[in-house]
Design a protein around this ligand. Structure first.
Ligand SMILES: *Cc1c(COP(=O)(O)O)cnc(C)c1O
Length: 243
């Protein structure tokens, strides 16, 4: 299967799963996670209709978003940053072209850094952000605990006028066995959402929920995801350099 064909198939499966779920007021977008993959693959997925793309290494996102082929052939592209961002690399984020959503806010320090004037995206509009929740509690995963999430959101809303809080994101543990019931990490994220809705007096449709990857995006959609991040099902498995 080509990237073009995979892109068409996954877009159709996402559409069908959204139509089938019991949440008619909630849309769900597909983010194609293109990390380690060449610009030509991104153009192919774009030509198949995908507009949202995600990267999890800041240097790679910076390079690809400023790539002349991408700029020429994918004028309407919308980039998501889905990796861990160290505060000392945060400057690069402001140089990303067509940045749509920063999905991995995990500390007040990072918020303050991104909020500072020099971090404003070139469009001059506020930077849309999600707070990443470490729903599985694994130490190698980034994110706040679900208890800290509410105070981190408060910090963004009250102290960071250049950031626009949009919702929550999680990765969760890999390889959950769905024959044993729903993914407990997604349940953690959803209960965090309920607390936030209460706390902020918001409606369900006001909060973005980013969860679900290649192995479970259809489950995630049925549970209420509004932003699934799919990599290998579109681009094939990734090869990492052995070092
Ligand atoms: C790589 C990555 C994905 C996509 O993973 P696949 O299993 O290849 O679909 C999604 N989210 C994040 C944060 C990632 O780093």
């Amino acid at each position: 299967m080509t990237v073009f064909e995979n892109s068409q198939t996954i877009q159709r499966l996402v559409r069908e799963a959204v139509a089938k779920r019991d949440l008619p007021h909630l849309p769900c977008r597909l983010v194609a996670v293109s990390k380690t993959k060449p610009v030509s693959d991104i153009v192919e997925a774009y030509n198949a209709g995908i507009r949202h793309f995600g990267e999890n290494y800041i240097q790679e996102l910076h390079e690809k978003s400023n790539d002349s082929t991408i700029i020429e052939k994918c004028p309407d592209i919308k980039w998501h940053y889905v990796g861990h961002l160290q505060s000392n690399k945060s400057k690069l984020l402001s140089k990303v072209k067509n940045l749509f959503l920063m999905e991995t806010i995990d500390s007040t320090k990072l918020c303050d850094k991104l909020n500072s004037e020099s971090m404003l995206p070139e469009s001059g509009s506020r930077l849309k952000v999600l707070v990443q929740v470490n729903s599985s509690g694994e130490t190698q995963k980034s994110g706040t605990t679900s208890n800290e999430a509410v105070s981190l959101v408060d910090h963004i809303v009250s102290k960071c006028p250049n950031l626009e809080f949009r919702g929550l994101m999680t990765i969760g543990s890999y390889g959950h066995d769905y024959t044993q019931g729903e993914n407990p990490d997604f349940e953690v994220l959803l209960s965090c959402k309920e607390r936030l809705l209460d706390h902020m007096g918001l409606k369900e449709a006001d909060l973005e929920m980013s969860f679900g990857m290649s192995n479970d995006y259809l489950h995630a959609i049925s549970m209420g995801s509004t932003n699934v991040r799919v990599g290998s099902s579109i681009f094939g498995s990734r090869q990492y350099p052995t070092s």
